[in-house]
Design a protein. Structure first.
Length: 292
């Protein structure tokens, strides 16, 4: 492969496009003699005459036409790439890549996604949905710009930048007709007598609740483990068990649900934004994180 300076091809492109050394020099902001010298240098390197020169006009040779057919689309691609980079920096284009759990997406991120899309409609938004622990692995692999996740999260690495954005509490909810516990305090030990429903072992919520029971020297064996907080709420509503879910996804008014009063105070958890120190963050990602 020949090692030929891009600038030589650029000069060739403008001469071939305008069929004028003078017009090419004006477009490139260089002297006409510099244009002529660049063309001669390119012809020498390629070993081919690219133009037929006369006092009245300039024409492409057959070899010049062949080269121009390849150079023209290449120049258009370069221009397109430059334009996309400019769009990205000005937030009139580019891409925003986020990963978050189903619950966080639905109950926390949707209003922010709506605001961002309204403000920057040219930015393509890609949302990857997975558990908070798996989101941490997705971020580590560089597949997204950042994640919004529950914290603590065993999947988060020390190399990540982590910023808290929201504090919440987890609650136990149940149907008052099936579980007449409303209005009194319930201990963690007493809860073990009832069917507990919670997220599965792959979730940060499961890690958190099991650690809470272990700290009280209790062994939690849930009756039902699912991958959806919404489904846990639905099952609690019909009296299938007592569900453990984040408070921000519990319906405000629902006669078929109530929040249990625990004797033990559960520690709060946080939603955090995490991004990698090893990968550059796009302007779109910075803007969205600032919104959060």
């Amino acid at each position: 492969m020949m090692d030929i300076n891009y600038e030589l091809y650029k000069v060739f492109y403008y001469v071939a496009k305008t069929l004028s050394f003078s017009d090419a020099s004006k477009a490139l902001f260089i002297s006409q003699s510099a244009v002529s010298q660049s063309v001669k240098t390119l012809e020498k390197k390629l070993g081919q005459n690219l133009f037929l020169r006369s006092t009245k006009k300039v024409q492409l040779t057959t070899e010049g036409e062949i080269l121009f057919k390849h150079i023209e689309p290449a120049m258009n691609l370069i221009r397109k790439g430059e334009a996309q980079l400019l769009d990205t920096s000005s937030l009139s284009g580019g891409q925003l890549r986020i990963a978050a759990s189903d619950t966080i997406c639905r109950y926390y991120l949707v209003p922010y996604l709506n605001r961002f899309h309204s403000a920057y409609p040219g930015v393509h938004i890609k949302v990857t949905n997975s558990t908070s622990i798996e989101c941490a692995h997705i971020l580590e692999n560089g597949q997204v710009d950042f994640i919004v996740t529950n914290y603590p999260n065993s999947g988060l690495q020390s190399t990540l930048k982590i910023r808290p954005i929201y504090e919440f509490h987890d609650v136990f909810i149940a149907n008052p007709e099936h579980f007449p516990l409303k209005g009194r305090s319930v201990s963690l030990m007493e809860l073990l007598e009832y069917p507990i429903m919670m997220l599965d072992r792959k979730s940060t919520t499961s890690e958190f609740l099991h650690s809470v029971f272990q700290q009280s020297h209790l062994d939690l064996v849930p009756e039902i483990e699912l991958s959806s907080n919404d489904l846990l709420i639905d099952l609690a509503r019909i009296g299938l068990g007592i569900a453990f879910v984040p408070d921000y996804c519990v319906p405000v008014q629902d006669d078929r649900l109530f929040r249990l009063n625990l004797e033990e105070r559960l520690p709060s958890r946080k939603l955090v934004v995490a991004c990698s120190e090893n990968f550059p963050v796009s302007q779109a990602a910075k803007q969205f994180m600032d919104m959060l």
